[in-house]
Design a protein around this ligand. Structure first.
Ligand SMILES: Cc1ncc(COP(=O)(O)O)c(C=O)c1O
Length: 362
């Protein structure tokens, strides 16, 4: 058998998504994949433990009805947004939701628009679905260039706050993109729980908008895979039609419900991450030759004036101090390292090591 004869054409030169390293063994300070600095709160852990029961014999609710209701009636109760459960889709994390959107809208050759730099999965999925890719370069300050307002296509992805720089995109910009774009605009708000901005209010008047959220970041649930999307009921119906039947597990649904129920306590905990983000930004900005981009997320992007220094810091952090941060070997991102905000203790360690490396390299 010649596998290369059997493979789909698109896989012959395919670059898969490169997840950040998940190290084996203890003692690492993991600031490379934008996970929440804190574990799920005890109330959530308790509910997860209780969900290990005889229900595991059964298939979970395919439409996650209880979670959809909780999203609307509790989590988004005070938001000015859609209010009907037919407007909510529950997925196996934001990644699955994004793929479901491709399944609904993208035939081979259809145009898909997204920005660079941004989250890598848009390109991976656009490639897998044989889309025609329009990857628009963000301006030097990571803002959206004017050319985006005349883009055409089936899907346009906006990531707000944008990974890797961390800045939110304003609603006036999102609204203008929605008005000008002939297809569906997807706003990936994976990090919105750390930002003061959200596009949720636009959903009431804009029909070609899907807002995607996740419990991976703001709710410390990355491992259990839960996210939701809000959109016009006609879009959600199609998404539910094409998803795999049991896309979220019973345990995940119970955990999601517990997160939503205990959201006030969780948001209080996230405030510490936001405070630490502001502290780290200030402290790192005081180093000569280094600047931190303003961030609304649980990570910061640090720029080295001398771009050769970024990798030196990355390797010393890892090899000598067991601290993992993220570097992207892509042309525009070469001078940067992205650092997930850790606990106060982890951040203190990071700053101590940064000081040592600054003496050595800066
Ligand atoms: C911008 C963005 N969207 C989506 C995701 C995926 O989130 P989830 O864990 O919900 O699949 C990530 C994960 O890093 C992300 O950075």
């Amino acid at each position: 058998m010649d596998l290369s004869e059997l493979l789909r054409e698109v896989l012959k030169n395919f670059s898969p998504y490169q997840p950040g390293e998940q190290p084996i063994g203890d003692g690492w300070i993991k600031l490379n994949t934008n996970e929440n600095a804190y574990p799920p709160i005890p109330e959530v852990i308790e509910e997860i433990k209780n969900s290990i029961n005889d229900k595991l014999r059964l298939y979970p609710d395919p439409l996650a009805l209880e979670v959809r209701k909780a999203v609307l009636n509790q989590l988004l109760r005070d938001e000015d947004t859609l209010t009907n459960r037919n407007n909510v889709f529950i997925g196996n994390g934001a990644d699955e939701i994004i793929e479901v959107i491709f399944k609904v809208f993208v035939d081979p050759g259809n145009e898909v628009v997204f920005f660079y730099p941004s989250y890598g999965m848009y390109k991976v999925l656009a490639t897998l679905y044989n889309a025609k890719i329009n990857e628009i370069n963000l301006n030097d300050d990571f803002s959206i260039p004017d050319t985006a307002f005349s883009a055409k296509g089936k899907l346009l992805f906006i990531n707000s706050p944008n990974n890797p720089n961390g800045k939110s995109i304003g609603n006036a910009t999102i609204l203008k993109l929605c008005s000008n774009f002939p297809g569906i605009v997807v706003v990936d708000e994976a990090y919105a729980d750390f930002s003061e901005q959200t596009s949720l209010s636009l959903l009431k008047k804009v029909k070609n908008l899907i807002v995607v959220r996740t419990l991976s970041k703001g709710f410390s649930l990355a491992s259990l895979r839960a996210g939701f999307a809000l959109a016009d009921a006609s879009i959600i119906k199609e998404m539910n039609n094409v998803k795999l039947p049991f896309n979220t597990t019973y345990i995940t649904q119970i955990a999601a419900l517990a997160c939503i129920k205990n959201r006030v306590k969780i948001f209080e905990q996230n405030k510490k991450i936001i405070e630490e983000r502001n502290r780290l930004t200030q402290e790192l900005n005081s180093f000569e030759g280094v600047s931190v981009l303003p961030s609304d997320a649980n990570f910061i992007l640090v720029k080295f004036n001398d771009k050769s220094k970024a990798l030196k810091f990355l390797w010393d952090f890892k090899d000598k101090h067991k601290i993992l941060v993220r570097h992207f070997s892509k042309p525009r991102l070469y001078p940067y390292i992205r650092i997930t905000i850790g606990t106060e203790e982890q951040n203190n360690k990071l700053l101590d090591v940064f000081k040592l490396l600054a003496v050595k390299y800066l």
